[in-house]
Ligand binder design. Structure first.
Ligand code: FO1
Length: 325
């Protein structure tokens, strides 16, 4: 069975790890080897001190490799930041954006391979080949796109500055998916969506993680046309974000921070939208009827991913909802 997951960074990484674990555990059965593909947001990416940084690809790679700093939620476990201190001392780069020394190894490698002419897809295949991830990571596009934030007072900045420097505290007038019209999803991405038996939306930020993927020309159509059931997992539990800044993003686009509001924003496939089913937390079970009325099947299951068991159980629930859609 081929499963394709649309994903952003940290929450998505844990969910993908859960899907991998669920497939490993079900392999105890007779199903042939599952193929898991993650379509990863690249609009958090940026150039910094001459290096191409790809936070969501790196968060997922490190998490699946068992190399991620689980406390911080990004970067490599046990990393140091001696080079970053030097950059600060020289007044170069962003003092509020720490690049770990091992992490810089990843950015230097990515930058060199891009300079040699490899696509980001080829670079990602090479960087991830170091570990037996069990998941294929596909950048949503090989073209550079960036999410920018226009604040209420008219400043425009890269999403990363808004998030890491200002901690998402600056009120947002608009999220701009810069250069997305000129960008294209890679052929591998469209093929993965079309040939999968199941498409999953990870519990990632709908505005700055899943949104930029769906904004790439052709991806939303591929999802609405695929034979595969499309199942999403709510990033909101009991009206709060699980982690990150989805609430600040949702309010900026006039969407309530609620599990049903996010589902309705994606829309039902039967109504020209994207979802066949939507997983909500048991604490949000009361929202199921209005999700169902919108033409999206709702399943209330435990959504908190505390460890591998809970992530695997959530993934199993999403897979079984999908296969029974
Ligand atoms: N997040 C922070 O809040 N502060 C940082 O200094 C920081 C550095 C950083 C370096 C590499 C990387 O891949 C991610 C990093 N992040 C940092 C997290 C990053 O902002 C998030 O992973 C996503 O881009 C937001 O979803």
């Amino acid at each position: 069975m081929r499963i394709t997951i649309l994903s952003g960074g940290v929450g998505g990484a844990r969910f993908i790890r859960g899907v991998r674990e669920a497939c490993r555990r079900s392999l105890a059965g007779t199903s042939p080897k599952d193929e898991i593909t993650a379509i990863v947001n690249v609009s958090d990416d940026m150039w910094l001190t001459g290096l191409r940084i790809a936070p969501d690809l790196d968060s997922i790679m490190y998490t699946l490799a068992g190399e991620s700093d689980e406390e911080r939620g990004w970067g490599r476990v046990g990393d140091t930041s001696r080079v970053s201190s030097e950059l600060r001392a020289n007044g170069v780069g962003w003092p509020w954006f720490t690049l770990g020394d091992l992490d810089i190894g990843t950015h230097l490698s990515r930058t060199e391979l891009l300079r040699q002419g490899l696509t980001l897809t080829e670079v990602t295949a090479k960087l991830t080949s170091r570990w037996p991830l069990g998941v294929t990571l596909l950048p949503a596009s090989d073209d550079e796109t960036e999410t920018h934030v226009r604040t209420d007072n008219g400043a425009i900045m890269h999403f990363q500055e808004w998030w890491t420097r200002h901690r998402a505290r600056l009120p947002v007038a608009e999220f701009i998916y810069s250069k997305v019209e000129q960008a294209r999803p890679t052929p591998n991405v469209l093929e993965a969506i079309r040939s999968s038996s199941l498409v999953l939306f990870a519990p990632s930020n709908p505005i700055v993680s899943i949104g930029p993927i769906l904004a790439l020309p052709g991806i939303a159509d591929a999802i609405s046309e695929t034979r595969a059931p499309v199942v999403g997992v709510s990033p909101i539990i009991s009206g709060s974000v699980v982690r990150g800044m989805a609430d600040a993003c949702l309010s900026a686009v006039g969407v309530a921070t609620a599990a049903d509001a996010v589902a309705l924003r994606y829309g039902s496939r039967s109504g020209g939208g994207l979802l066949d089913a939507w997983l909500i937390d048991e604490s949000d079970a009361a929202l199921a009827p209005d999700i169902e009325r919108a033409g999206i099947r709702a399943a209330a299951v435990p959504l908190w991913m505390r460890d591998l068991d809970t992530s695997s159980a959530l993934a199993s629930a999403a897979i079984s909802v999908g296969l029974n859609s």
